[in-house]
Ligand binder design. Structure first.
Ligand SMILES: NC(=O)c1ccc[n+]([C@@H]2O[C@H](COP(=O)([O-])OP(=O)(O)OC[C@H]3O[C@@H](n4cnc5c(N)ncnc54)[C@H](OP(=O)(O)O)[C@@H]3O)[C@@H](O)[C@H]2O)c1
Length: 292
């Protein structure tokens, strides 16, 4: 495993940056790829290439040049409302681009790790397992599920990881959004009828490392395992900042008038990851006490 060459897509993203750094520190030869110039904010030891994953020609050319032993696809359009309005672009990036990697993965019989999402679920139940039926209710979820299907039917060595609501220090994510809005002193309106199992970003990075080390294939759910409303999550963050959370007002999703529907409860059961990957989930409050 040491000195393996790993190609990471979307390396300028929240997960991509953390992952490139961690794997470089752990003796991987990291080929970080992303749109435009390298945006990593931390010292790194990776090679960076500008790569739009929707370009078949560029993907084939780069794969031939760097010959990775492993590919981690963390690139995606993650803005759910943007996806709803830009369906063609959303499917091109989030699903169809998978086809640009599959021939190389098949030919060299290498491991392909796909980062998927809890938004593949309808959200009418709770604590979804990997065996539950996926019924996405928005375009983003549909596109991520289509990527999963393409991967599953291509007969490759794959691992699909489905995290839920990523947070941590770094590029824009749920925590940075909350910090910004809590600190600017405005009254906040937060939905209390949407439930998630938040995922500490470093947990996901460590899980990816385990998946590579243990050569674990298939689908895994990754989260803290605690089902919280978005309102509860923001109140917890406020508590750690010593901000008076009585000024945070509960609202219902319908009042937000968002373009794309969101699942009401997309909480994920993580028993399989705990069993197979020795996954030790970090509870929201433990993560906040470490990082705030
Ligand atoms: N964030 C969450 O709460 C969450 C929850 C569940 C699952 N996930 C999944 O986790 C993965 C990582 O998410 P994240 O939070 O790190 O998202 P992110 O910060 O938005 O990163 C995604 C990256 O993909 C890049 N990208 C977009 N189109 C591309 C293209 N055509 N070619 C190459 N790169 C492209 C983006 O480029 P720009 O830098 O130009 O934007 C961005 O750097 C995604 O697959 C997402 O679906 C995220």
């Amino acid at each position: 495993m040491k000195n393996s060459t790993v190609l990471i897509t979307g390396a300028n993203g929240f997960l991509g940056q953390k992952l490139s750094f961690f794997l470089s520190q752990n003796k991987f030869n990291v080929i970080a790829t992303g749109l435009g110039p390298d945006q990593s904010q931390i010292n790194h030891d990776h090679q960076y290439f500008n790569l739009d994953i929707t370009s078949s020609k560029d993907c084939v050319q780069l794969l031939d040049q760097v010959r990775p032993d492993l590919i981690i696809n963390s690139a995606a359009i993650t803005n759910v409302d943007f996806c709803e309005k830009n369906q063609r672009k959303c499917f091109a990036v989030n699903s169809k681009s998978i086809k640009n990697f599959i021939p190389y993965v098949q030919k060299h019989n290498i491991h392909f790790i796909q980062i998927s999402t809890d938004f593949v679920f309808e959200g009418l139940n709770s604590f979804y397992t990997e065996d539950d039926i996926c019924v996405p209710i928005n375009i983003y979820g549909e596109s991520k599920l289509e990527a999963e299907s393409l991967i599953k039917k291509s007969n490759i060595l794959y691992t699909i990881l489905r995290p839920s609501l990523l947070y941590g220090i770094g590029r824009g994510n749920f925590l940075t959004w909350s910090l910004e809005h809590l600190k600017d002193n405005a009254d906040l309106k937060i939905v209390d009828d949407q439930h998630r199992t938040p995922t500490f970003i470093l947990d996901l990075v460590l899980v990816i490392f385990q998946v590579i080390k243990l050569k674990k294939y298939g689908t895994y759910h990754i989260s803290s395992g605690e089902c919280l409303s978005i309102f509860e999550i923001v109140c917890n963050i406020a508590k750690y900042l010593n901000i008076d959370y009585s000024r945070i007002r509960k609202i219902k999703s319908i009042e937000l008038n968002q373009i794309a529907d969101r699942p009401i409860n997309s909480s994920l059961c993580i028993d399989k990851a705990i069993r197979d990957l020795n996954f030790e989930p970090t509870k929201l409050n433990n993560a906040l006490s470490k990082i705030l």
